[in-house]
Design a protein around this ligand. Structure first.
Ligand code: G6P
Length: 442
């Protein structure tokens, strides 16, 4: 085995980077990271320097010999990497704010990864990921790409379907947050709890809950209805209808509220947007505060304020995944990977989010047979949405994008879908060159 691991993080100037650095420091004994390359684009250089210097102070304080490199040269960084993590945001938070604001004008959910916002984030992101993959084929063909960039499910689907690169894993903090939430509610150590996950990214269900190996799913669902809802910081924790949860028989994720509580979530979004701003607007303010803190030369740990962001536990998810792959641990973790028959009603070659055995050669999804009939259709519909969206992102075809928008269950009609599409295409023009190619006149 090689002496140390080279990690490259694209979007390294992100405010989430200290999470990752903390995760690598904690695991240094089993996962000896030798080099961590934080890569960003020129517009992100200032943030990269601030967060990169904090990362350097963190490793120094912890006394671990991880070399931190900061660069704007992605190709230089990628050379001989072992793991490449991606956490960038094309168009930065300003683009996310548009993804949230524009649909709301039409009384449609405005959200980072669901509905029109999810489509547009995919349209902006997928061409960039496919470029990164091309660089990786050339510069680090044996590396694994661990993608956190949203919409993580659609991005994983796009790489699996529209490139020759198979060494990709999509990662999200939703399953780990559910698992931690279960432990909290049961008031037990999280190591005593196990949840079987299956579905898609931000559309994942906890199929079975175990406490000390005993299946307690139905009893847990009963218990869940007696408590106030708890979700990630970016999703309004509007309580579920208790009888619905008991009838559902599986644990929904926070994002399912946009589908099963669409009216309440929309009302809530409209009110929040008017009173304090959309989530992106709130996060823009939070980011300013975080970067002010990161600048403090006396700060050498991940500041607790980062926990106000939706991405809690994401470093745990990412670092335990890399650690398990590096050490061939064969433990079970929920990831986005190629289905290969694990969920019967989803195409074999599609990406699913599912509990998998993590090996040196990648995740091996644990077959579940099929999803319960009540949720199967929605999952399939979202998979269709992801596939059509990915195709639109790759081709830049207007009609394909309209199709993706219209088949999304959060859209009320083809007409509204077209209005939102047209307005959003114009608003995001700068980051969607594939839709605005110069016509060649002969
Ligand atoms: C959750 C989701 C992530 C998302 C994040 C947004 O953690 O799982 O996919 O990026 O929330 O958090 P933010 O603080 O940016 O709203």
């Amino acid at each position: 085995m090689r002496k140390g691991v080279k990690i490259v993080t694209i979007g390294g100037g992100s405010s989430y980077t200290p999470e990752l650095v903390e995760g690598f420091i904690k695991r240094y004994d089993s996962l000896p990271v030798r080099e961590l390359w934080l890569v960003d684009i020129p517009e992100g250089e200032e943030k990269l320097n601030i967060v990169g210097n904090l990362a350097k102070r963190m490793v120094q304080k912890a006394g671990v010999p991880i070399d931190i490199h900061l660069t704007l040269d992605r190709r230089e960084a990628l050379k001989d990497a072992d793991f490449v993590t991606t956490q960038f945001r094309v168009g930065l938070l300003a683009a996310r704010a548009k993804d949230e604001r524009i649909p709301l004008k039409y009384n449609v959910i405005g959200q980072e990864t669901n509905g029109p916002g999810g489509l547009f984030k995919g349209l902006r992101t997928i061409p960039v990921i496919l470029d990164i993959v091309k660089d990786m084929e050339e510069l680090c063909p044996n590396a694994w790409l661990i993608n956190f960039t949203n919409p993580a499910g659609m991005v994983t689907e796009a790489v699996l379907r529209h490139s020759n690169w198979k060494r990709i894993i999509g990662l999200c903090n939703v399953p780990i947050s559910i698992q931690m939430g279960v432990a909290k509610l049961l008031e037990v150590e999280s190591s005593r709890v196990h949840v079987d996950f299956a579905g898609l990214n931000h559309m994942v269900f906890g199929l079975n809950v175990y406490l000390d190996g005993k299946n307690i799913t139905q009893a847990f669902l009963e218990e869940m209805t007696k408590h106030k809802s708890d979700t990630m910081k970016n999703i309004a924790a509007i309580d579920w209808e208790p009888d619905f949860i008991k009838a559902l028989g599986v644990i929904p994720c926070g994002y399912h509220r946009y589908y099963y509580k669409q009216a309440e979530m929309l009302q809530n979004e409209l009110q929040e947007a008017a009173e304090q701003g959309t989530r992106a607007e709130v996060v823009q303010q939070l980011e300013k505060e975080l970067f002010e803190l990161y600048k403090d030369e006396n700060l050498a740990i991940k500041p607790p304020q980062l926990e106000k962001r939706g991405g809690a536990y994401y470093s745990d998810a990412a670092c335990s995944l890399i650690d398990s792959m590096y050490n061939d641990r064969r433990d079970i973790q929920p990831v986005n990977t190629i289905n290969n028959g694990a969920i019967a009603s989803i195409p074999d070659e599609s990406a699913v989010e599912i509990s998998s055995i993590i090996t040196r050669d990648g995740p091996k999804p644990i077959a579940i047979g099929d999803l319960p009939v009540a949720v199967r259709g929605l999952v399939q519909q979202i998979k269709s949405f992801e596939r059509v969206s990915a195709e639109a992102a790759v081709t830049g075809n207007y009609h394909t994008a309209l199709l993706a928008m219209t088949i999304n269950p959060l859209l009320p009609s083809d007409k509204v879908a077209k209005q939102i599409l047209d307005e959003m295409l114009e608003a995001h023009k700068e980051h969607l060159p594939q839709f605005f190619k110069e016509e060649v006149i002969y």
